[in-house]
Ligand binder design. Structure first.
Ligand code: B12
Length: 218
């Protein structure tokens, strides 16, 4: 079995020892494949989700899976963050949208974006649209990151985009959405400006936006 297939399955089966062993070997090899390893772990979480849906796993397993995923990301982080963009700056608001309490992915994104040199204002979980708009206005922030993994999160993301529209601020901000179920179609449906399902793309897009703000071509 290929290494990342094994990692995905170990994650899905909640086999902590095997997960740790594989991640340690990835890091011992210089961490050049850390992004692939993170992706395999994320796919393992899909297995956890399916097992929960079929009744094989319970809430306790979801909680344990969450802890294992956080641990995995922490192990891989030194190799994922890089440092080539660390001199750039800029700030963004990041939160999990209203109705959704999942924050593991958000926290990974936060750590990576911060490591790239940007300031991240983390508003936490279950954040209503109005609060996000208020924060953006008060702090003068133009980059907004919305996280969510529940189906209902899509509606909350759409409402958040609309709240910026209603506040007359839609042209002042760029909104990026992310989370396991997010696709190009979700971006269209919510009216967001961009989407991503991994921290690398998120960092790239936010850095580009921050650069555009700095050089006044917003
Ligand atoms: C762990 C987990 C939990 C933990 C969460 C712990 C925590 N602190 O977050 C707990 C146990 C609390 C939990 C609770 C629930 N969960 Co849950 N959970 C999961 C599970 C297994 C993994 C989620 C996860 O952490 N994935 C790993 C991270 C790293 O991936 P990610 O979030 O996608 O993040 C990455 C990218 O998407 C991207 N990204 C993330 N955020 C952002 C933001 C931006 C701006 C960008 C650009 C990118 C980006 O980068 C991240 C890093 O690579 C998923 C299954 C799955 N496949 O996702 C179910 C899942 C999401 N849960 C589910 C359900 C049903 C629930 C509950 C309703 C269960 C219940 N009966 O109570 C509650 C919901 C409570 C609520 N209102 O939110 C369902 C959702 C179904 C649906 N379609 O809506 C899923 C899909 C499981 C399933 N198949 O049934 N859950």
């Amino acid at each position: 079995m290929k290494l990342y297939e094994k990692l995905k399955e170990a994650m899905g089966n909640l086999e902590e020892d095997t997960v740790v062993e594989i991640l340690d070997s990835v890091m011992a090899d210089g961490g050049t494949e850390a992004a692939e390893a993170l992706e395999a772990c994320q796919k393992g979480m899909d297995i956890v989700g399916s097992n929960f849906e079929t009744g094989e796993y319970f809430i306790g397993d979801l909680i344990y899976a969450g802890e294992l995923m956080t641990q995995a990301a922490n192990r891989l982080r030194p190799a994922l963050v890089g440092g080539e963009n660390a001199q750039q700056s800029g700030k963004m608001i990041l939160c999990t949208v209203e109705g959704d309490l999942h924050d593991i992915g958000k926290n990974i994104v936060k750590a990576m974006v911060e490591a790239s040199g940007m300031e991240v204002m983390d508003m936490g979980i279950n954040v209503p649209p109005g609060k996000i708009v208020e924060k953006a206005k008060d702090e003068g922030v133009h980059i907004i990151g919305l996280s969510g993994v529940l189906t209902v999160a899509l509606e909350a993301m759409k409402e958040t985009v609309e709240a910026f529209q209603e506040a007359g601020m839609r042209n002042e901000v760029r909104i990026i959405i992310g989370g396991a179920p997010i696709t190009a179609v979700s971006r269209e449906q919510t009216g967001a400006d961009a989407w991503a399902t991994n921290p690398q793309d998120t960092v790239r897009i936010c850095q580009q936006w921050a650069e555009e703000i700095k050089s006044g071509i917003w």
